[in-house]
Design a protein around this ligand. Structure first.
Ligand SMILES: NC(=O)c1ccc[n+]([C@@H]2O[C@H](COP(=O)([O-])OP(=O)(O)OC[C@H]3O[C@@H](n4cnc5c(N)ncnc54)[C@H](OP(=O)(O)O)[C@@H]3O)[C@@H](O)[C@H]2O)c1
Length: 187
């Protein structure tokens, strides 16, 4: 059984959290809203293996302290999934600096417009970290494009985790043709 930390796990990654919990992994989720954390705990097959940490991950001092303390109980995390909206955030680096287990597999979920190389080079990884990026593209359907559903996103992340450590980058869906990116419809 693994010990997983899922950052931003109450939204589109909630299904992935439930699946990991159902597989018997201990799941720790970071998000702000305690109601959403409590609902997710209730939806997990093994609520006693669910730990919700309610905080704003942009409060780096608090984030550092909580990750440090929680790990004392868990003996470290061996899997980290991070969905952090801003590429400018230092939240993931703050967490990486505190990880005590070795090795740790890290799956960094990124949006369709993220510059993957720039994101990776902005992170300081230790030799104990195996770092993967899961980029969320979009779906082409009936000559039109749409974003993925939450379940499709969670399944894409789970597949990346299951496929082992060979692929450094997993694309969920497609990024082509670029002029069909649903983001352009919102501009
Ligand atoms: N390419 C794609 O297909 C794609 C890409 C991105 C998004 N989307 C779609 O867009 C929808 C909305 O996306 P979303 O970005 O709102 O993702 P989301 O996964 O629905 O929600 C963000 C998650 O991060 C947490 N969070 C956000 N800010 C936080 C903070 N400062 N500190 C701690 N936790 C924080 C949220 O919980 P709290 O609010 O409780 O903190 C929640 O767990 C998704 O449901 C998805 O369907 C699609």
């Amino acid at each position: 059984m693994g010990k997983c930390l899922i950052v931003g796990g109450t939204g589109m990654l909630a299904h992935a959290v439930r699946s990991l919990n159902a597989q018997g992994h201990h799941t720790t989720v970071i998000a702000r809203d305690t109601d959403k954390l409590n609902s997710l705990r209730s939806a997990c097959p093994y609520p006693d293996r669910f730990n919700g940490i309610s905080l704003d991950y942009e409060d780096y001092d608090l984030l550092k302290q909580r990750v440090k303390n929680e790990q004392l109980d868990q003996d470290g995390y061996d899997l980290v999934i991070a969905w952090i909206q801003s590429n400018e955030s230092h939240a993931l680096q703050t967490i990486l600096n505190e990880l005590v287990a070795a090795p740790v597999r890290i799956f960094h979920v990124l949006g369709s417009r993220s510059d993957l190389s720039a994101v990776q080079s902005s992170l300081k990884l230790s030799h104990n970290h195996t770092y993967h990026q899961v980029q969320l593209g979009f779906v082409i359907e009936n000559d039109s494009s749409r974003w993925h559903t939450n379940e499709e996103i969670s399944d894409g992340v789970l597949k990346a985790i299951e496929s082992g450590d060979e692929d450094e980058v997993t694309l969920v869906g497609t990024l082509e043709p670029r002029d069909m990116n649903p983001w352009l419809k919102t501009k």
